[in-house]
Design a protein around this ligand. Structure first.
Ligand code: FES
Ligand SMILES: [Fe+2]
Length: 401
């Protein structure tokens, strides 16, 4: 799609405070434009260092046409390589995770060291210099044990995010956590419908009875204000710092990735996001007790983390086609916590499993209606400010492409 055609689509009327036009949720040409503008130009959570503790441990991060190998090298550091053989392009690594001394291409058996350099290629001409060849490197950063990848050759900077989120990240000691559970939820809807749904809680009361029992939501001021002050006054005694980073503020600096941090109260009976309000796992990092609050982190447009005092739930929303997306959820607990002794997987994952299944249902229904010829942008409520911000950011990101 050229710029003139894109301008036509954009100018085709978006009113402030209204949802997006239907074409943004179903047009393959717009989706193509989103690839370079957003998906291959954003920092996305790929996994935690504890998933690859030993030399040769690896897992794949897959996004649309791209597959990235995250691997622990011989020197103990982590590397990220495109899963593309420099011979004739085959995927080199076929298993989603494992341990390997080297990677051997299944097509003609070229083999690669864990650092991506070419180890052996048989029957090559004499002028072939294997030192010039290796797997392509992918940009990645490790922030307190959390591995983020970026598929751009010239990625945005995470420096501001690291600087401004450091005081909050430090309290939880993300570095010494581990992934207790990971689930992938395929969703038959465009990725923006999936992300919009996560961003607003207008739907929480009708769709999430379990969540609504325990969580307040900022955009619902009656409930929020009454619980927020008491929670703030309990925070310090629990070792939680007062800190807030506004997402829109972080979006203002060109060349920097967006990020956010805020804390909000749970209903008083709830120490954490559990069914009965009780503790689910050992307290994290430097946290000394329960202030009956939870923290929201955001890094990039597709990764969110909800940090309770005893566990963290990481959500990664990715497109799988122009009409489908996926939500990956990772439940993190303290690294030394023992399954079956210190935490129970069923109880730990209960809330966000039932909530995500309900979300999937309403998101898919949303896409079905958006596909109709009668769909037209609708007026957003006072509880959907976050959607307005998301749409504003989204349209400007597409425009910059
Ligand atoms: S494509 Fe990998 S060895 Fe030929
Ligand atoms: Fe929801």
């Amino acid at each position: 799609m050229d710029q003139i055609e894109f301008n036509k689509i954009r100018a085709n009327g978006r009113k402030h405070g209204w949802s997006l036009a239907g074409k943004y949720y179903k047009d393959p040409a717009i989706f193509e434009r989103e690839k370079e503008a957003i998906f291959y130009n954003s920092w996305i959570f790929a996994g935690h260092v504890s998933q690859i503790p030993n030399v040769g441990d690896y897992f794949l991060f897959n996004l649309l046409d791209e597959s990235i190998i995250l691997v622990r090298k011989k020197d103990g550091d982590i590397a990220a390589h495109y899963n593309v053989c420099p011979h004739r392009g085959s995927h080199v690594c076929k298993e989603q995770k494992g341990n390997s001394k080297r990677f051997s291409c299944p097509y003609h058996a070229w083999s690669f060291e864990l650092d991506g350099s070419l180890f052996a290629a048989h029957s090559m001409p004499e002028d072939f210099d294997k030192n010039d060849i290796g797997l392509h490197k992918c940009a990645f950063e490790i922030i307190d044990g959390m591995i983020y990848v970026n598929l751009s050759d010239n990625p945005k900077s995470l420096e501001n995010a690291k600087r401004d989120l450091a005081p909050a990240l430090e309290m939880y000691d993300f570095e010494n956590m581990k992934v207790a559970a990971h689930k992938n939820y395929p969703i038959a809807a465009n990725w923006k419908i999936t992300v919009e749904n996560y961003q607003e809680c207008y739907h929480c009361a009708p769709s999430h009875p379990e969540y609504s029992l325990s969580h307040t939501f900022k955009a619902n001021p009656d409930k929020f204000d009454a619980l927020q002050q008491p929670m703030l006054s309990r925070m310090e005694a629990c070792g939680i710092k007062k800190h807030e980073v506004d997402k829109q503020h972080s979006q203002q600096e060109d060349g920097q990735e967006q990020y956010a941090y805020s804390r909000y109260a749970l209903f008083e009976k709830y120490k954490t996001g559990s069914q009965d309000g009780e503790q689910l796992a050992p307290l994290l990092g430097n946290i000394k007790g329960f202030d009956h609050g939870a923290s929201d982190f955001g890094i990039g447009p597709l990764t969110w983390m909800l940090a309770y005092n005893d566990h963290v739930v990481v959500y990664v929303f990715t497109p799988t086609s122009h009409l489908t997306s996926a939500c990956d959820i990772y439940w993190l607990v303290r690294g030394d916590a023992k399954e079956g002794v210190d935490y129970d997987i069923e109880k730990l994952t209960w809330l966000w499993h039932v909530t995500t299944l309900a979300d999937e249902r309403i998101i898919v229904d949303n896409q079905k209606g958006v596909n109709s010829k009668k769909y037209a942008p609708g007026k957003l409520s006072n509880m959907e400010d976050s959607i307005e911000s998301l749409i504003t950011w989204y349209l400007s990101a597409l425009e910059k492409k």
